[in-house]
Design a protein around this ligand. Structure first.
Ligand SMILES: C[S@@+](CC[C@H](N)C(=O)[O-])C[C@H]1O[C@@H](n2cnc3c(N)ncnc32)[C@H](O)[C@@H]1O
Length: 217
């Protein structure tokens, strides 16, 4: 997980972890704890390779201009990749952004500011909506088949993953894609297998699962 901290005035503080995971960025910025404005950060971040195989899979199969959602957004790092690679016509970002510890990850109030600050330059063109809410509840706001692509990366315990898949699968249109992160988490694997049977693939890295919904004629 790449963590960014934003100070006042849309500054991005590049933490040691960001720099460690983005050696390319490190070589460009030559240092740790550097604070730069969002536009400078994006200028280099945008040229980094897309991190998730699911994003590239969605791009290859669905093309650009899709209606997409991410469930579990945190600081918006993966959302940024979805925006820059898939160039969605709508992107719905769902997360309570509540302070607390989720699956061992410390969620601070800054994560919402970071996500909104980072994605702000893309909000209008890609119709990005930040929805402060819970996965299953928020899924009810959409009609079935609304999305081309939904990415699940919220809680990783068995009950939550299962509930998320059951809630969001109907919201994906036939021919669309439902995918999620952290396949290597035992609970995630169990929930995916139980809900999707054998109708999914695991990416090469073993980190993600992808379900390409059949078109039934
Ligand atoms: C692993 S992080 C998401 C990381 C993000 N997908 C990325 O790759 O950049 C998990 C996020 O899920 C959110 N979350 C926890 N419970 C949730 C729920 N019931 N519905 C939606 N999001 C939830 C947390 O607030 C946290 O920000």
């Amino acid at each position: 997980m790449i963590k960014k901290e934003v100070g006042k005035g849309n500054k991005v503080r590049l933490t040691a972890r960001v720099l460690l995971e983005n050696r390319f960025l490190y070589s460009l910025l030559k240092g740790d704890g550097i604070v730069c404005d969002v536009s400078s950060y994006l200028a280099v971040r945008i040229d980094l390779p897309v991190k998730r195989e699911s994003t590239l899979y969605a791009l290859e199969k669905l093309g650009t201009g899709i209606k997409a959602a991410e469930v579990g957004v945190f600081c918006g790092d993966n959302a940024l990749d979805i925006v820059t690679a898939c160039r969605p016509k709508e992107l719905h970002l769902i997360d309570p952004w509540e302070i607390g510890i989720v699956d061992g990850m410390f969620i601070t109030e800054e994560s919402y500011e970071i996500a909104t600050g980072m994605l702000e330059p893309f909000v209008e063109e890609h119709n990005i909506k930040f929805i402060k809410g819970l996965s299953v509840q928020e899924s009810c706001s959409y009609e079935d088949g609304y999305f081309d692509y939904v990415y699940i990366d919220a809680r990783h315990d068995y009950d939550s993953v299962k509930a998320d898949i059951l809630a969001w699968e109907p919201k994906v249109r036939p021919g669309g894609i439902l995918a999620g992160h952290d396949w290597k988490v035992e609970d995630v694997e169990k929930a995916v297998r139980e809900t999707l049977g054998d109708k999914f693939i695991v990416t090469k890295s073993g980190m993600e699962w992808i379900y390409h919904k059949e078109i039934v004629c």
